[in-house]
Design a protein around this ligand. Structure first.
Ligand code: ATP
Length: 383
């Protein structure tokens, strides 16, 4: 699906002035050629709000980051810094050229001017800049505005996905978020992107960014459709998770949406193991009592339960909304004081009391204690 839109580039200067935090950046970059770049320019043209300001400087990043104050995370290898100041996230990078030694490798970088810096970027719509001093004239050497207007994603050169196949995953993220289509040449190149040349960490990094989007399932469906990764049921599960978290404040408070969606989609043994656990829970017969719900649910991390719930285990709502908050009035010390020896009998006694309480069979301290002691004793006999 593609949305054609009108872009009024003449609005850029006034939108730039209105950008929260831009004054800070201007003050810090005074005297150095600096530019607003990348997604920040794209979103300014689209009049979309965004949390971070992307800045490129033709010079050292360190002094600029220092001048901005705030909290700094510096990546020396790439001459980039992320500064957090007064609720503004400012990403600063030195303008640079990149060389890819082999497909999928991280690039070697060397300082270069803004023109080369724009030429190393992923898509035309992300390859624009606006100078932060002097005339705020849009620099758009690759036709980014025209592609934004046409609703098209286009790479800057034929080898773009060979150099960095993660761009194909980025394409899915932008296409889904901004309702863009692929330029036909770009689509041909993208469909032969080979993600096996990239480390699993980088693939997971891009999937994590997709998981943080408003509609990750759309991007995941595109990844599948374009033949980039075998997604299996992941887009469907992600869509169900999107619906669950959108509809349920209690699930949103309990589990992390982004983590659950990432676990539902990511490659690797650990996510696969957690997906199997969620699947097993979802296929389990509906529990007959709250105590049984508790037993089935309490050993799992919240995101596993969210995946199981999204796959249909609606009995987990009671666990998340109510049962997990139920606490006993007695503790292990009460059992020790009553003569139960340290050891497994304590745990079994407490479990029995909790099960009774969840099922409505223990209403106060005395009843909990009696049930716990009976269970501890019975278990002792069994031991
Ligand atoms: P978002 O809107 O989700 O914050 P963004 O467009 O700002 O995303 P980032 O990943 O923050 O993208 O990167 C900032 C800019 O750096 C991009 O707009 C793009 O120009 C460039 N860039 C990022 N990753 C790549 C890449 N793998 N290849 C080429 N250019 C990239």
């Amino acid at each position: 699906m593609t949305t054609a839109r009108e872009i009024d580039a003449s609005k850029l200067p006034e939108r730039l002035e209105a950008l929260p935090g831009i004054e800070l950046v201007r003050r810090a970059t005074a005297g150095v050629p600096a530019y607003l770049v990348g997604g920040a320019v794209r979103d300014l043209l689209l009049a979309e709000e965004r949390a971070d300001i992307d800045v490129a400087v033709e010079g050292e990043v360190g002094p600029l980051a220092e001048a901005l104050g705030g909290e700094l995370v510096e990546h020396a290898r790439f001459q980039t810094a992320a500064v957090s100041v007064d609720a503004h996230e400012i990403d600063i990078a030195r303008t640079r050229a990149e060389v890819y030694e082999h497909p999928g490798a991280l690039p070697s970088v060397s300082p270069a001017g803004i023109t080369e810096d724009l030429a190393r970027r992923d898509f035309t719509i992300n390859a624009m800049a606006v100078p932060l001093s002097g005339e705020p004239q849009l620099i758009d050497p690759h036709g980014g505005v025209a592609d934004l207007e046409a609703g098209v994603l286009r790479v800057l050169h034929r080898l773009s996905f060979v150099d960095d196949p993660t761009r194909a995953l980025r394409a899915a993220r932008y296409a889904a978020r901004l309702d863009l289509g692929l330029d036909p040449d770009c689509e041909r190149l993208l469909r032969s992107a080979d993600l096996s040349t990239v480390s699993q960490d980088r693939v997971v990094g891009e999937l994590a960014r997709i998981a943080a989007e408003s509609h990750p399932s759309r991007a995941l469906a595109l990844i599948d459709e374009w033949g980039l990764l075998e997604m299996g049921s992941a887009p469907r599960v992600a869509a169900a998770l999107e619906r669950l978290f959108a509809a349920s404040p209690q699930w949103s408070e309990y589990a992390r949406r982004e983590t659950a969606i990432l676990l539902a989609t990511a490659p690797g043994d650990h996510p696969a193991r957690l997906r199997r656990r969620a699947g097993k829970l979802a296929r389990h017969d509906r529990p007959g009592s709250p105590a049984e719900v508790q037993v089935l649910a309490h050993d799992h991390v919240p995101e596993v339960l969210a995946m199981a719930r999204a796959a249909g285990a609606d009995w987990l709502d009671d666990y998340v909304g109510r049962l997990r908050h139920v606490e006993l009035e007695i503790t292990g010390y009460d059992l020790v004081e009553a003569g139960v020896p340290q050891g497994p009998a304590i745990g079994r006694g407490l479990n029995a009391a909790l099960a009774a309480k969840l099922d409505g069979g223990a209403e106060d301290f005395e009843q909990e204690l009696r049930i716990a002691l009976d269970a501890a004793e019975a278990d002792d006999v069994a031991d």
